[in-house]
Design a binder for this molecule. Sequence first.
Ligand code: SAM
Length: 235
Amino acid sequence: MLYLVPTPIGNLEDITFRAISIMNSCDVILSEDTRTSGKLLKHFNISKPLWQFHAFNEHKALKGIIDHLKQGKNIVLNSDAGTPGISDPGYLLVRECINQGIKISCLPGPTAFVPALVCSGMTTDKFYFEGFLPHKKGRQTRWKYLSTLDITIILYESPYRLIKCLEEAREYLGAERKVCVAREISKIYEEFITLKVSESIEYYTNHLPKGEIVIVFEGKSSQNKINYERDSEAN
Ligand code: SAM
């Protein structure tokens, strides 16, 4: 069986009892970076063979992993942090397991976009997860698409590209659109700052962002939508 096991994105206490138990009882752990996973496993006193599984060897490694699963081995897939398969490798392996009739399970656990969404103050009933925008080719097309959405939008971004991203948001979503920059979730300097896009550009130009970031935008005219829903309830 293949288990996708989420690992902490900040505080190590965010690991679940079940994650530790599954990692302790499996045969092999697949990890994006064996040094990062090695440190985590050492912290939890888990000693298991570690195999590399990352974006650059995902296709090549697939057959060997499937063979082991077919021999009855239990394999865990970790990513560096958070839930495997969410802006991280995992999808190809899951799809192949499904095709081959191999059982899979994903443990519930840490992922960066959920706390960012929940603490953003944006509507959480409907949202769109974009993950990382492409760096060059296709970026404009994605922004044009995002500008059509009337639901909350979530992006992963590097702190080095935050201001560029906010400037693009000003162009495609408008200066008045609300944005929350969720930074260093589950770490000492965790913060969630919600401002208008134009204010956010000014703020982060004066306070250079550091650490890991999730950006949450309100959807197009979501305020009107809320009022409309309230009005229709009142009627
Ligand atoms: N698999 C991960 C998950 O479940 O969220 C995402 C992995 S992706 C390669 C890494 C990106 O997730 C970072 O660039 C950042 O946008 C976001 N991220 C991860 N940890 C974070 C944290 N502690 N605070 C804010 N964002 C974080």
